[in-house]
Design a protein around this ligand. Structure first.
Ligand code: NAP
Length: 489
């Protein structure tokens, strides 16, 4: 097997920080197929040598378990090439076509790590240059549009020249080892499936919290906001992985069919639900990690009077036989009290209590996605300890304790990272961890009423202090159901 990976946006932030380090890691681990070529594409005038030198220096700055030695990088560098090209100019595609056709690799990956505004034209031009044969795969980075109509327009333009099975839409959350483990947990074990339903589960909470603010990208972020940036894609994909029915096999379409059914079963928005089941927030100045930080409105590039949300919490349900009536809560935001992505499955209390247990203590499965990567199963145990006080023995009291499976400790640092996994899957042609167009469109269809509601909502986002868990309305929303967010570390 031989492959060409054309990295459009080869000098961009995503390429430097994620894609090239991931390619280097898979080269180092020996998982990158041997006969490969990686061609970075951008408008800068660079020679192959200059591009390699830039990559070498970037690999010194990114998060790697071990820095490359000169000898190791020299071997990796043999794969690396650079092509100067302006994607908006149709005349510049001929050189690329010549380069690719001359080698005739068995797999050609077109990775579009560029602004989505270039996707449609780039795909059309690639096809016009004859670069859409069956050996070609095209990878699209998020965001794929900013609403249903723009998402459809991109999908239609790309599908006009590539078949769906050639299109790899990235949601890098799906590449995270902990998310793949979620599928393994649910569909590779018998333990949880009988319990995975409304009779035993009280509620499910998905949190994706960031400590960082918008950094220097305020101008870019302001046109997007938390709902589009995190909920429409990552959070809904996690909800699908938790809520879907067991697929008939592990093939991409079997999995994607089941995820699509979940999206189609989400309770439709009504005026009442939009008012009571959605909270949007925007961070004000506060303290994060002991440092005073500015509010969102004071960040570089953020326009005055902005209404963009940096926080969203919402409640939904999956209206089917398995889940009817079980609330699914999603919350995500910037400048929150910690960096923490987790899914919490709260089970119901026992139907009849013969022991006394601390208030609110229930069985709980916590799936940690980042920064920790693992599972905790919270149980109630007989936790009697010597009191030493000589008082009466209370043998029937229960105390919470948990089983802790830390995947980093259990499997070590050699685990395959999200972008590494996804890049290898593209090269191998495995679509399981990529999002199909109908899933993506359904997710947009579901979030759009929230966006429209906000357009006419004069109240605007609620302020929360940086370094907290968001506006108090988020806790109030969940408290109305008798629950609270699970926040302990
Ligand atoms: P970026 O830093 O602005 O990089 C854009 C890249 O595209 C540069 O290499 C740029 O090089 C190239 N480019 C722009 N216009 C071009 C043209 N007409 N012809 C050829 N090359 C062109 O952006 P980024 O942060 O890497 O993000 C790229 C995409 O990935 C965006 O859609 C972003 O939303 C998405 N994404 C980024 C991240 C991240 O962590 N950065 C994460 C998820 C998704 P020249 O300007 O020199 O041509």
């Amino acid at each position: 097997m031989s492959f060409d990976l054309i990295l459009f946006g080869g000098t961009g932030d995503l390429a430097w920080r994620k894609l090239l380090p991931a390619l280097f890691q898979s080269f180092r681990h020996g998982s990158l197929p041997a006969n490969g070529r990686i061609i970075g594409v951008a408008r800068d005038a660079l020679t192959d040598e200059q591009y390699r030198a830039l990559i070498a220096s970037r690999l010194q700055q990114v998060d790697l378990d071990k820095r490359p030695t000169d000898e190791e990088f020299a071997r990796f560098a043999q794969l690396l090439h650079y092509l100067r090209m302006d994607l908006s100019q149709s005349s510049s595609y001929a050189a690329l076509a010549e380069l690719v056709k001359a080698r005739n690799a068995s797999t050609v990956v077109m990775y579009l790590a560029t602004a989505p505004s270039l996707f449609q034209n780039t795909c059309q031009q690639l096809a016009a240059a004859g670069l859409n044969g069956p050996q070609v795969r095209v990878v699209l980075e998020k965001p794929l549009g900013h609403d249903l109509a723009s998402n459809r327009a991109i999908n239609q333009a790309v599908r006009a020249v590539y078949a769906e099975k050639q299109i790899f839409r990235i949601d890098h959350y799906l590449g995270k080892p902990s998310v793949q483990n979620l599928f393994a947990l649910r569909f590779g074990n018998v333990l949880f499936e009988p319990l995975w339903r409304r009779e035993t589960i009280a509620n499910i909470q998905i949190t994706i919290a960031e400590e960082l603010g918008v950094e220097k990208r305020g101008g870019y972020y302001d046109g997007i906001g938390a709902l589009r940036d995190m909920v429409q894609n990552h959070a809904l994909q996690l909800l699908c992985a938790i809520g879907m029915e067991p697929p008939i096999n592990a093939h991409a379409d079997a999995i994607r069919d089941e995820k699509l059914k979940v999206l189609r079963s989400l309770t439709p928005w009504t005026a009442e639900r939009l008012r009571n089941h959605v909270v949007r927030g925007q961070y004000a100045a506060g303290t994060v990690g002991g440092q005073a930080v500015p509010g969102y409105a004071q960040e570089l590039g953020v326009p005055a009077g902005t209404q963009t949300e940096t926080f969203v919490a919402l409640r939904t349900e999956i209206a089917n036989w398995r889940w009817a009536g079980v609330p699914f809560y999603i919350r995500t935001g910037k400048r929150l009290a910690g960096r923490d992505a987790r899914i919490v499955v709260n089970f119901r209390a026992t139907p009849h209590a013969i022991f006394s247990a601390p208030a609110g203590a229930v069985n709980r499965l916590v799936i940690h996605l980042q920064p920790k990567d693992g599972l905790e199963l919270h149980l109630l145990t007989q936790g009697e300890q010597h009191s030493g006080a000589g008082g009466p023995r209370t043998t029937q009291n229960l105390a919470p304790a948990h089983l802790d499976l830390d995947f980093d400790k259990r499997f070590g640092s050699g685990r395959v990272g999200a972008y590494e996994r996804l890049l290898l899957d593209v090269i191998d042609g495995r679509l399981n961890l990529f999002v199909r167009s109908d899933e993506q469109e359904e997710a947009w269809r579901w979030v759009e009423p929230v966006l429209h509601h906000w357009e006419h909502d004069t109240q605007g986002p609620r302020a929360y202090n940086a370094g907290t868990w968001g506006p108090s309305a988020s806790s109030a929303m969940i408290a109305r159901d008798g629950y609270c967010w699970h926040e302990e570390q």
